[in-house]
Design a protein around this ligand. Structure first.
Ligand SMILES: Nc1ncnc2c1ncn2[C@@H]1O[C@H](COP(=O)(O)OP(=O)(O)O)[C@@H](O)[C@H]1O
Ligand SMILES: [Mg+2]
Length: 321
């Protein structure tokens, strides 16, 4: 089966006055139809740049310098800018943390959704509005026909984010990339949206990449998980593998600092130190200054260790029985 999204060796660099930084470093993963991949990592690890790189939305001083991005077998990096625009929205779409990146504040929800439909598929406005109504229904918006008449500011934050997800869905894309779309929402609204997203992947077959700094979110939502650190994927596997038997010391550190997994009353362990500046990475493994397992060996490039498809980039991965 051809993967909905297949990313290989994706590498993105920013050449700034302060020097050149590799924000996305040889990133590879694939997502099958109807599956949800979670990308998790601390702020600054390269998650958003990965999403933008996939969509070809990197601007100066950034540049995708290597790798391939295949959507249902089509290499996006080989497309002309016009063909790429044709793919965006239709085959692959993005949901941002701030829904107002997608929504136009001065247009009614229905009008802007109908416009979005008709960009790629000519049809009458009433027909387009009907498609818009159906998309709102799919993301669990109550009385969708009423909401079509609303302006974005008349909706709650959670509703606006659902509308942004509905817009991403309008053309039944093969792939949706969602960049921290529920981070600003309260926990119960977030839970409702995650449940809708799961249903959506199951029912429509859309492959979803869900980017978040919150391991608790991906552990409840994702089928597969990539853990990012300093632009690299340091661990990748099924959600089951990564959550219940992490092998990279960084993943273990992230898991230890999730409140829900922690014994009440004891102080919450935190990974010592802070996320490194990409312009000042140590040689070898970028995590080594913070790693409890680091040795001299870690000053050299960490090898790829693959066990049953659970892949870690580490000299001293945790051993599992
Ligand atoms: N416009 C830019 N100019 C220079 N460097 C950038 C730019 N955008 C991102 N970066 C670099 O890429 C790193 C990763 O950014 P980002 O993908 O936004 O992190 P995340 O989404 O994981 O919080 C940043 O820490 C920064 O070093
Ligand atoms: Mg980000």
């Amino acid at each position: 089966m051809t993967a909905a999204l297949d990313v290989k060796g994706l590498t993105t660099r920013f050449d700034t006055r302060g020097g050149s930084v590799t924000a996305v470093n040889n990133v590879s993963f694939s997502v099958d139809k109807g599956r949800i991949l979670g990308i998790v990592g601390e702020s600054g690890s390269g998650k958003s740049v990965t999403g933008f790189s996939i969509l070809g939305l990197i601007d100066e001083p950034g540049k995708v310098v290597g790798g391939s991005v295949l959507i249902e077998g089509t290499d996006l990096r080989a497309l002309s800018p016009d063909d790429m625009r044709g793919m965006r929205g239709r085959k692959v779409s993005m949901v941002f943390q701030d829904p107002m990146m997608t929504l136009n504040p001065v247009l009614r929800v229905g009008d802007q959704m109908a416009m979005a439909v008709r960009v790629h598929r000519p049809m009458s406005k009433p027909k387009a509005l009907e498609e818009a109504r159906r998309a709102l229904e799919i993301v669990g918006i109550p009385s969708p026909a009423e909401r079509l008449k609303a302006y974005p500011h008349q909706l709650s934050g959670g509703m606006r984010q659902r509308v942004a997800i509905a817009i991403a869905l309008l053309h039944s894309p093969a792939v949706i990339i969602a960049d921290e779309p529920t981070t600003a929402l309260d926990v119960s609204i977030q839970g409702q949206i995650l449940a809708e997203v799961r249903r959506l992947a199951d029912q429509t077959g859309t492959a979803i990449v869900w980017i978040t700094h919150d391991l608790a979110v991906v552990s409840s939502l994702a089928d597969d998980i990539c853990v990012m650190y300093a632009g690299r994927i340091v661990e990748r596997g099924t959600a089951e593998q990564v959550i219940s038997a992490p092998r990279h010391p960084y993943t273990q550190g992230l898991l230890d600092s999730v409140p829900a997994q922690h014994e009440p009353g004891k102080p919450l362990p935190q990974i010592p130190g802070s996320t490194p500046q990409l312009s000042r990475l140590p040689s070898g493994c970028p995590f080594r200054p913070r790693c409890p397992r680091a040795t001299e060996l870690c000053a050299t490039e960490p090898p790829v260790d693959d066990r049953d498809g659970q892949i870690v980039l580490c000299h001293h991965p945790l051993e599992r029985p």
